[in-house]
Ligand binder design. Sequence first.
Ligand code: T4K
Length: 389
Amino acid sequence: MKKIETAGDLAINGAPPALAEPLHVGRPNIAGREVFMRLAEEIFDRRWLTNDGPLVHAFEQQVADYLGVGHCVAMCNGTIALEIAIRALELEGEVIVPSYTFIATAHALYWQGITPVFADIDPATHNLDPQAVRRMITPRTTGIIGVHLWGRPAPVVALGEIAGEHGLTLIFDAAHAFGCDHNGRKIGGFGHAEVLSFHATKFFNTFEGGAVVTNDDALAAKMRLMRNFGFSGLDNVIHPGTNGKMTEICAAMGIANFDHIETVVDANRRNYRAYQEALVDIPGVSLLEQDGVGGNCQYVVVEVGPDCRATRDEIVATLHAENVLARRYFWPGCHRMQPYRDIFPHAGLVLPHTEAVADRVIVLPTGTAVSVSDVAMVGAVVRQYVQIG
Ligand code: T4K
């Protein structure tokens, strides 16, 4: 068979035709267009665009009800939500986080003068390994941030026990985990607080947006002050604060998307199963289990093992050549990016699983913009490259 070099070669080999338009990881799910447009008209009619508007209130209530938590404090994005949660909980010194996460998790600490201390992950789940967390605790440690990576629940019980034993604050970066659950309980109510991202690339989006969800009344009240410069009334500032507010148009997008959560999860599950079929029995290529782990399946995570005839980077380059913009999330790991690479030049010594996983992961496109035939085509590109070279 001819070597696959172009989309045309794929067709020659009998695979589904390649794409004219690029297939992106993180293509936004656009749902609820009509409701969004109606709400946008109402925003204009009301001339109330931001600052504690009625749509933000409604959206916060919807999120809190959906997750079964006491409070949702909506923010302008997930990173600011993390920063505000960290500050409101008065974390300082060192906080233990995974290195295998989006850089925002580490930056939200460092930006506030707190040292992110990286603990290794469990290579089977890609989430923090509780034993590795224990090893990183020092007298300066004040907290742990678990990340529900790829929407797969972090080890909430084990991390809760460690936090309890050492008097540490535990929060979760749930940026990937909106709509996910752990043993039948929705993610959102674990730890002292959980932080959501509603960025455009997330399974559920508000263009840009985020939130902190918590059952702690005092914490929620404090974060509401902090996201609005500390204002309590027109001329009265009673707390240091920043501008973390969500706008009305972002809340409108969230409200419009709410009715379509199941449709989007169904599309993700359908695609995930199509990937299972398309990638089955390719030596050295495996899919991280997403179905049946309480997830929203928004990330299709492939691992390229040492027994594969092709390297991870060769497969990514081949996919890119076919207009499939697969991603190497979260390569190379926060500890190998700045400023952490300079601060902790030897961090890799305690992060062997992080480095191994970061070096073998490919994230493939999914969501409502991706069809089953797109998935078949992506699978065919990988199969033919790996098996034929
Ligand atoms: N914690 C974790 C664990 C996170 O993963 C994130 C964010 C955060 C915290 C912080 O939350 P936010 O502050 O972002 O709310 C993207 C997202 O920007 C980022 O939100 C997300 N994680 C991360 C995993 O993915 P990049 O650097 O990959 O973005 P970019 O611009 O390369 O876009 C990704 C793909 O999506 C591209 O192929 C293009 C496509 N795309 C993107 C946008 C914005 C579209 O097709 N349409 C669009 O509108 O970070």
